[in-house]
Write a protein that binds this ligand. Structure first.
Ligand SMILES: *[C@@H]1O[C@H](CO)[C@@H](O)[C@H](O)[C@H]1NC(C)=O
Ligand SMILES: *[C@@H]1O[C@H](CO)[C@@H](O)[C@H](O)[C@H]1NC(C)=O
Length: 602
């Protein structure tokens, strides 16, 4: 589903279509706008966890015998290596500048929050241009739930209290969608409630976390206990028999660890931890048996529990958070599950060898990108080919490697993480809007050590990418294409020019800053914020963009504002300019929706 064919001119259209399909199906559910959230009046704060929800009354078809249930480790947590740098005292000037910037981030957040509150309260999303609303995530108030911990972190206590009260009116008993993404429901809603509970200690939030947890647990009621990832929730509620999918995305199968483990930790009920451990054990057994041993492919078969067939391997879209949760699980449980550390280490040594590459860029910056590797192993021999692609989504890998490197004391990982992050900063700076596009292609260097910019080579790469079979693009035509497609130097194609208000670049800049204290990251973050803020700003809020290669944004606002804008992007920008002990990485791990969860500490 990911292979791109090279056809002149139609490449862009085709690639655009493929990516549109891929991204709609990955980070969005069906786009038809639905009526606003289902309310459950009268079930406010106070009722004991889980009661009142139809999910606890369903009889499981495939109950897990208590004797085979995985339980949380009970030994005392380990003293893990320190992640954050020890920051010295700050000059008055630095502090002044930092606080002004932080206030600017908060102002943008509040503008968006207030518009959501006025125009789309309890809906999943505000339409930031037209003032309408959308419900692609079940209609359970995704923006509200995703924003809870950000409100708390920003010190917006009155707004937080109002939001928590409203949360009592959301019912997870049903949805108007035919199918919900179990992955998105887990990371946005369960992650959102758990994090807001961890920060505030407000038990109304724990109650909602349990309610979502009880609902999601039903998606695991299959003969092999692998979850259904695109889920007919209303059918399940009527007792429909379920089977796990035979073609599911790695990220959608494997992203439960942090939320489910934390939920088991705070409730003392091991069933969620057990559900996620069953997936981990199965994936772990396959780690060295895939087409690219050490990595898992993008698409796996959860029905037959075969995880090594598919050929495409990436840290990016559709696989990403499975890799992200490996070191984070190790951190969450205080080092008591060493197999996560091992899986992380094995996976990253493979990714560093095969997926990371240095792009040829003007000025010869020493940066890295994480591409997609097509691999085939037979008779112990692995053949690979690299697709030299950049993605906004894969920018999280910089933070992942830096964090993992600190946790297992492997400086090489921190160094690679820095270069990936620098690559994302480079891609932001290279665009006329100062914002990186969703996907693009570059020219991979032959050597990671030295790589001189060669303009002719770049044009030739555009030529090759634009040619198909007999149908060759001339050098001159390639130069015209560069102009017509507004390709900055170094970019050979931009199949998806959009910016969805995504967080992954600032996420890694934030993590790297907390780890290294590099001052230039603070400046890059500010540049990124200003570029994003000014280009995406609407009368009401902030909107995703159709084309970051065009500076006249009036024509390219897409009238969408996903909940992660308030839940992730603005939270990371805010934390970038906060005191460095606010949500310290030595006390919290962020889930893949930027919801900080408390680590088990000695
Ligand atoms: C939630 O429901 C209660 C009644 O159960 C109502 O008083 C309150 O206004 C509702 N809050 C919101 C934000 O809808
Ligand atoms: C996979 O191989 C690595 C060595 O490359 C080894 O350390 C690891 O334990 C193996 N994993 C499994 C699950 O066998």
């Amino acid at each position: 589903m990911l292979s791109l064919t090279r056809r002149r001119n139609s490449l862009y259209l085709l690639a655009g279509l493929i990516f549109t399909f891929v991204f709609l199906s990955y980070h969005n559910l069906p786009r038809d706008a639905l009526p606003s959230g289902l309310l459950r009046p009268g079930s406010g704060p106070g009722s004991p966890p889980g009661t009142g929800s139809r999910w606890t009354r369903l009889k499981p078809k495939f109950p897990v015998p208590p004797s085979s249930m995985h339980r949380l480790p009970t030994s005392p947590p380990l003293h893990l290596p320190k992640i954050q740098k020890s920051f010295g005292p700050e000059s008055t000037t630095d502090r002044g500048i930092r606080l002004i910037r932080q206030q600017r981030v908060k102002d943008t957040f509040l503008r968006c929050w207030n518009s959501y509150r006025t125009h789309a309260w309890l809906s999943d999303e505000l339409r930031p241009v037209s003032g309408g609303k959308r419900d692609p995530f079940g209609g359970w108030g995704a923006t509200l739930v995703d924003s809870l911990d950000t409100l708390w972190i920003m010190g917006l206590k009155a707004e937080f209290e109002e939001a928590v009260q409203a949360v009592g009116n959301i019912s997870f008993d049903a949805t108007r969608l035919k199918e919900v993404s179990v992955f998105e429901t887990n990371i946005r809603y369960l992650g959102g409630f758990l994090s807001a509970y961890d920060l505030s200690g407000d038990r109304r939030l724990l109650e909602k976390a349990v309610e979502v947890g009880e609902m999601l647990y039903v998606a695991f009621d299959t003969s092999n206990h692998m979850p259904v990832t695109r889920w007919d929730l209303n059918g399940a509620a009527r007792g429909r028999r379920q089977t796990a999918g035979d073609r599911v995305l790695l990220a959608e199968l494997g992203t439960f660890g942090l939320e489910f483990t934390r939920l088991s930790m705070v409730t003392g009920d091991a069933k969620w931890f057990d559900a996620s451990e069953r997936i981990t054990k199965a994936l772990r057994a396959a780690q060295n048996e895939t087409q690219l041993p050490g990595m898992w492919p993008v698409v796996v078969d959860a029905r037959a529990m075969k995880f090594g067939q598919h050929a495409d391997h990436t840290l990016g879209a559709m696989a990403d958070s499975w890799f992200e949760y490996l070191p984070k699980m190790y951190a969450l449980v205080g080092g008591l599950l060493p197999e996560y550390r091992e899986m992380y280490e094995v996976a990253m040594s493979t990714a560093i060898r095969h997926n990371l590459f240095r792009p040829m860029v003007p000025g010869d910056a020493d940066i890295l990108m994480a591409g997609l590797v097509h691999a085939k192993t037979s008779n112990g021999e692995t053949r690979t080919s690299l697709r030299p692609e950049g993605q906004h989504l894969v920018c999280f890998a910089g933070g992942l490697l830096a964090l993992g490197g600190r946790l297992i004391e492997k400086q090489l990982h921190v160094d690679k993480g820095e270069k990936i992050t620098d690559g994302c900063v480079w891609a932001y700076k290279a665009m006329p809007t100062g914002i990186m596009p969703e996907t693009f292609y570059v020219v991979p260097c032959e050597s990671i050590l030295e790589c001189k910019w060669d303009e002719k080579k770049w044009v030739q790469a555009v030529m090759e990418l634009g040619s198909s079979g007999e149908d060759k693009l001339s050098f001159e035509k390639a130069k015209q294409l560069i102009e017509y497609k507004r390709l900055p130097k170094g970019f050979t194609a931009i199949p998806d020019t959009r910016y969805h208000l995504r967080p992954e670049a600032i996420e890694s800049v934030f993590v790297l800053y907390r780890i290294t204290g590099r001052k230039d990251l603070m400046e890059s973050a500010w540049d990124m914020f200003q570029a994003i803020d000014s280009n995406t700003r609407t009368e009401l809020a902030s909107s995703a963009l159709m084309d970051v290669t065009v500076t006249d944004q009036a024509v390219t606002l897409s009238d969408t504002m996903e909940s992660f804008w308030l839940g992730e992007t603005l939270k990371y920008f805010y934390l970038m300019f906060s005191e460095t002990d606010l949500i310290s990485l030595d006390e919290y791990v962020f889930n893949t929706e930027a919801h900080p969860l408390k680590r088990l500490l000695p």
